[in-house]
Design a protein around this ligand. Sequence first.
Ligand code: FMN
Length: 215
Amino acid sequence: MEFDLSQTDALLSTTRAVRKRLDLDREVPDEILLECLQLAVQAPTGSNRQGWRWLVIRDPEKKEALADIYRRAGADYLSSQEREVDPNTQTGRVIDSANYLAENMGRVPVLVIPLIIGRLGQPGVSAPGLFGSIIPAVWSFQLALRSRGLGSCLTTLHLGLEEEAAELLNIPDHMTQAALLPVAWTKGTDFKPAVRPPVHEITYLDTYKNPIRPS
Ligand SMILES: Cc1cc2nc3c(=O)[nH]c(=O)nc-3n(C[C@H](O)[C@H](O)[C@H](O)COP(=O)(O)O)c2cc1C
C-alpha cells in the first residue's frame, strides 16, 4: 500500500489545537463521531488491554456544568498566564485562545471525555502505562476529525476537579478521565504547520552527549 505523503504529512503537520475556529452553531452527527472513534481504537495500548471508554456529551445542561468545572479548575492557571505572558508572543496568543475556549466550552456542539479503566496508585498501574494507553487513541481521534473537516483541542484543565466531573457524569471510581475534547466543525480548514525547532537540534545519536548531525 502506498500512501499519498503530501496528504498524510499535511494531516500530521496541520492538526492543531482549535479553539476560536470551532463552529459553535453547526451540528456534529453521531455518525462522524463514531467513525472517528472507530479509527481511534486502532491505536496501541499496553498489554493490548484496550481499556478505553468514550463519553460523548451533548446535553446542554451537562455541557454547561462541565464548562463551569473547567473554568473553576483552570481559573488560577489561566489568570496567572494572562498576567505573566506577553500577549504578542505565540504563548500569549495561546492563552488568549485558551480563555476564549474556557468561556465558550459549554457552547461547543460536542464534548468528548476519553476514559481509561484503572487509577494511578492501584497495584500494577503506572502513569506511562495508563495514560500511554489512551493518549495515542486521542490523537488518532483528533487526526480523523481533522481529515473530515472537524477540529478539537486536547484539554486537561478540568482534571483538577476530576471527581466533580465524575459525579456529574456518573463515571465510576475505577476509571480515569484522560482529557476533555471540545469537538466541532472548523471555520475553514486551512491550518498551518506550527513553528517548531529543527529536530536535529533536539535529537541525539547513541549517547545524550552526541547531538545527531543531519546528513
Ligand atoms: C497534555 C496536554 C494538555 C493540554 N491542556 C490544555 C487545556 O487544558 N486547555 C487548552 O486550551 N489547551 C490545552 N492543551 C493544548 C495546548 O495548549 C496546545 O497543544 C499547544 O498550545 C500547542 O498548540 P498546537 O497543538 O496547535 O500545536 C493541552 C495539550 C496537551 C498535549
